[in-house]
Design a protein around this ligand. Structure first.
Ligand code: ADP
Length: 366
């Protein structure tokens, strides 16, 4: 039985966003619909990250109505969002923890004791939120660890820390005096503001405070001997990101983008930002690049794949690889069991492992 596009659109018209009272199709949330041998995939692109964080029921409902269409074998829906650069409404911001007093304004560069034995720090960045930057950072960190490297993962997304959820880590880290012990998850050392603060408490983070919080997470965390520290940067290319790129001694940066044009324009800004502060760009990764059919393994290009490759070539940056849009990646992320950790031999993990190999080669060439 074949499923046609109109049936899917009709079903999606019945999914109503309770906040606006309108259906998700009229709201323009549905993007990148792909139909492949009865397997359906698309994303719900929400206007901002806060809306996305409230929209899991909407995503589940969209997945469910499509799944109920006769002939549909699977439906995979992901939430993406465009977050204004470097800003988040106060209600979604975490409070500073007691051990991390906010410092404002220029200050002399701190000695950063915590990273004195870290050989290289790399940034995973994106021009906008919702492109899968954190998912990519986590899986790349695990892929680098599988290559035998000693890896740490720092969640520098102060506005919306997601590493604790993605690696399934709970609880507070041990703090002795000023020194914070990283939390080991899936064999790597991790640290996130999300481990330290009560995320329910609202607090306004100003640009300089973001920089100083991250500097403290680098300096006060007992990272120990590491070959690579992967930093999941805050999304966007605003002042907070620029300051951070200057403050963190980066060996290189990797830009994550989806194939959509808008994301690529943002990726260009990301490249320009790192160039401005003389951080070498290791390259661009195209995430949710193509839809991998869960049963036959065939690929279908959703958003017009290849945009990142072309952008990379046009801007003189390397193209590091593409990662499929796949239910396993979303589900494993949501469950705190990243795909590289639970299915290291599968095709999804392969995509991350191949990219990790290129990054490791860039680092050893340096
Ligand atoms: P960002 O850090 O850019 O805001 P996230 O890593 O939080 O984005 O990803 C946004 C959503 O997209 C999450 O629900 C995540 O599970 C999902 N996602 C990310 N990459 C993929 C992928 N390649 N395939 C399927 N879902 C993905």
């Amino acid at each position: 039985m074949t499923v046609d596009k109109q049936q899917i659109l009709d079903a999606l018209k019945t999914v109503i966003d309770s906040e606006s009272g309108q259906d998700i199709l009229s709201l323009g949330y549905v993007t990148g619909l792909v139909i492949k041998n009865g397997h359906i995939g698309f994303s719900l692109e929400l206007p901002d990250a806060e809306k996305a964080s409230r929209s899991e029921p909407l995503r589940a409902r969209a997945e469910q109505v499509v799944k109920a269409i006769p002939g549909v074998l699977s439906s995979t829906v992901v939430l993406t969002a465009e977050r204004p650069q470097g800003s988040t409404p106060a209600a979604a911001r975490p409070a500073l923890p007691p051990q991390m007093p906010g410092k404002q304004g220029p200050k002399p560069a701190p000695p950063l004791e915590g990273i004195k034995d870290v050989k290289a720090i790399i940034a995973i960045a994106s021009g906008k939120g919702g492109v899968g930057k954190s998912t990519t950072a986590v899986n790349l960190a695990l892929a680098l660890a599988r290559r035998g490297l000693n890896v740490g993962l720092l969640d520098a997304d102060i506005y919306g820390p997601s590493v604790p959820r993605l690696v399934g880590a709970q609880g507070k880290p041990d703090v002795a005096g000023k020194i914070i012990e990283p939390i080991i998850a899936h064999g790597i050392k991790t640290m996130s503001i999300g481990y330290l603060v009560d995320q329910e408490k609202a607090m306004v983070w100003r640009g300089p405070m973001v920089g100083s919080a991250v500097t403290q997470l680098l300096g006060d965390v007992h990272w120990g001997d590491l070959d690579i520290l992967v930093v999941d940067m805050p999304p966007g290319t605003g002042d907070a990101q620029l300051t951070l790129s200057q403050k963190v001694p980066l060996a290189g940066a990797v830009i994550v983008s989806t194939p959509q044009d808008i994301a690529l324009i943002d990726a260009r800004k990301g490249l320009a930002m790192f160039r401005q502060v003389d951080v070498p760009i290791f390259g661009i990764i195209e995430n949710m690049s193509y839809f991998l059919c869960p049963s036959c393994g065939d690929r279908a290009d959703i958003f017009g794949t290849g945009g990142a490759r072309e952008t990379a070539a046009a801007l003189g940056a390397d193209f590091l690889g593409e990662i499929p849009l796949h239910m396993d990646i979303r589900e494993t992320s949501d469950q705190g069991t990243p795909v590289v950790s639970v299915s290291p031999d599968g095709p999804q993990a392969r995509a991350y492992l191949d990219i990790a190999e290129k990054i490791a080669a860039r680092l050893s060439a340096k």
